[in-house]
Design a protein around this ligand. Structure first.
Ligand SMILES: Cc1cc2nc3c(=O)[nH]c(=O)nc-3n(C[C@H](O)[C@H](O)[C@H](O)COP(=O)(O)O)c2cc1C
Length: 115
C-alpha cells in the first residue's frame, strides 16, 4: 500500500515527529511510506464565502494555497495517517489546517474524504 503520513506538529523534529518516525519505520517494512509535514505547506483558513459549495466537479476554493495539493496527495494514497498534537485540548493550528483543507473542497469531493 501507499501510505501518506501527515505530521501535524509545527516542530519538524519534535516529539510528534519522533513518534511518527517509529510508526513509519514499522510500516516501511511492508509498505511505501511518504510523509507530508504540514509545517511545510500553506493552507489558509476558510473564509466562509461558500464559493466551494457551488462547484461539485472540482475543488472550488477561491484561495490559491496548498489545500488542493494536500488533498490530492491524500486521495492518491491508499491510507492516510494523520498525527496531530493537542494544544490546549484541541488539535494545534496545523492540525486544524488539515481539516480546513478537507472542508474547503467541493461538496462531492469532500464527501469522499469523510468516508
Ligand atoms: C501551547 C501548548 C498547549 C498544549 N496543550 C496540551 C494539552 O491540552 N494537552 C496535552 O496533552 N498536551 C498539551 N501540550 C503538550 C504538547 O502536546 C506536547 O508537548 C507535544 O509533545 C508537543 O509536540 P511536538 O514536540 O511535536 O511539538 C501543549 C503544548 C503547548 C506548547
Amino acid at each position: 500500500m501507499n501510505i501518506l503520513t501527515i505530521l501535524g506538529s509545527p516542530r519538524k523534529k519534535g516529539n510528534t515527529a519522533g513518534a511518527l518516525d517509529m510508526v513509519e519505520q514499522e510500516l516501511s517494512g511492508w509498505h511505501q511510506v511518504e510523509r507530508l509535514a504540514l509545517a511545510s505547506v500553506k493552507v489558509n483558513g476558510c473564509l466562509g464565502c461558500e464559493a466551494c459549495q457551488k462547484v461539485t466537479d472540482r475543488p472550488g476554493c477561491v484561495q490559491k494555497d496548498d489545500a488542493v495539493a494536500v488533498f490530492e496527495r491524500m486521495m492518491a494514497a491508499d491510507a492516510v495517517n494523520k498525527t496531530v498534537i493537542p494544544f490546549c485540548t484541541t488539535p494545534d493550528a496545523l492540525g486544524e489546517d488539515a481539516r480546513t483543507a478537507a472542508r474547503k473542497l467541493a461538496g462531492d469531493i469532500s464527501g469522499v474524504l469523510r468516508q
